[in-house]
Design a protein around this ligand. Structure first.
Ligand SMILES: [Zn+2]
Length: 256
C-alpha cells in the first residue's frame, strides 16, 4: 500500500478544515470478501465518503468539501529529494476524516444532505455493512479469537439493542435501490433478501444468469439460502480461471 498525499478539505457546511488520507495504490492480498459485499482489505482501504464536521457537527458528503491544499507524504518527499514541506499549523490540527461509525450512518439515512439516490444507496449499504459487524464470525482466525470474539460477546447484546431495529427496514429500503437489470445489484439484492429470511425470492433472483466470477458468488449465496441460513458469511474467492485473462508469461510459468 502506497500512501498518497493527505488532502486538506474545507467542509461545505461551515468551512472547517479536515484532513483526508489518500492512497496511490493498494492490493487485496489477505483480504476477506463477505456475502454482503463488504471487502475487509487492510492493504486497500476505502476512502470515507461521509463525515461529521469537526466545526458544526453536521454531516457532509466528503466529495462536496473543497480542497484547500495537500500535505505530501514526508517519506516519499524525501526519497524524491525534495525539501521538507512547510505545513500550516491549522492544517496539522485539522481532524482526520475516518470511517463513519454506526451512529453517523444511522443519522445519515434521514439527513437531506444524502437525499440524492446514489448517496442514499451508499449510506444504506454502509449502514448494512456496519450493522452486520457483530455477525461476521471468523472461527480459527487468531485475530478474531483474541480480539473480536470477546469484544462482540461483551458488546453484541448492547449493539443489537441499540441498532437492531434498523437492520430490516434498512434492507427493505435497499431492495428498492438495487436495479435487477444490473448483475452486481441483482446479487446484492438477493443477499439482502436472504438476510431478511425471504429465501424463495432470493433463490428466484439467483437462478438468473450471472457471468463469472459473480456466478461463483451467487452459487455460494444460493447454498446458504437453500439451508435457510440468513447470516452474513465469508465468501470463497473465485478460482483463477474466473479471474482476468492470463498473461502469456504467467501461462508459460504455469506450464513449466
Ligand atoms: Zn460544519
Amino acid at each position: 500500500m502506497t500512501p498518497g498525499p493527505t488532502l486538506v478539505l474545507a467542509s461545505p457546511c461551515c468551512g472547517h478544515l479536515h484532513r483526508l488520507q489518500t492512497f496511490k495504490s493498494g492490493n487485496t492480498a489477505g483480504a476477506i470478501l463477505w456475502s454482503d459485499g463488504k471487502l475487509d482489505a487492510r492493504l486497500l482501504p476505502e476512502l470515507p465518503k461521509i463525515a461529521r464536521c469537526g466545526g458544526c457537527s453536521s454531516l457532509f458528503w466528503v466529495g462536496d468539501a473543497a480542497e484547500v491544499g495537500r500535505i505530501d507524504d514526508p517519506f516519499y518527499r524525501s526519497i524524491r529529494g525534495e525539501k521538507k514541506q512547510d505545513v500550516a499549523p491549522e492544517w496539522k490540527r485539522a481532524p482526520l476524516i475516518g470511517t463513519p461509525d454506526t451512529d453517523v450512518l444511522a443519522e445519515a439515512i434521514t439527513d437531506p444532505c444524502f437525499a440524492a439516490r446514489d448517496r442514499r444507496r451508499h449510506v444504506r449499504i454502509e449502514l448494512w455493512h456496519s450493522l452486520n459487524e457483530p455477525r461476521r464470525k471468523l472461527p480459527g482466525n487468531p485475530q478474531w479469537e483474541q480480539f473480536w470474539k470477546p469484544y462482540w460477546e461483551h458488546c453484541g447484546a448492547e449493539f443489537q439493542q441499540q441498532y437492531g431495529a434498523l437492520f430490516a427496514p434498512n434492507l427493505e429500503a435497499l431492495l428498492e435501490l438495487f436495479e435487477e437489470a444490473d448483475a452486481d445489484d441483482r446479487l446484492q439484492k438477493a443477499e439482502a433478501l436472504r438476510e431478511l429470511g425471504r429465501f424463495a425470492t432470493c433463490i428466484r433472483l439467483l437462478d438468473s444468469d450471472f457471468d463469472e466470477p459473480l456466478g461463483f458468488y451467487a452459487r455460494q449465496i444460493r447454498q446458504r439460502a437453500l439451508a435457510r441460513d440468513e447470516t452474513v458469511f465469508r465468501l470463497d474467492w473465485p478460482p483463477l480461471e474466473y479471474a482476468d485473462p492470463p498473461q502469456p508469461e504467467k501461462t508459460a510459468r504455469r506450464i513449466h
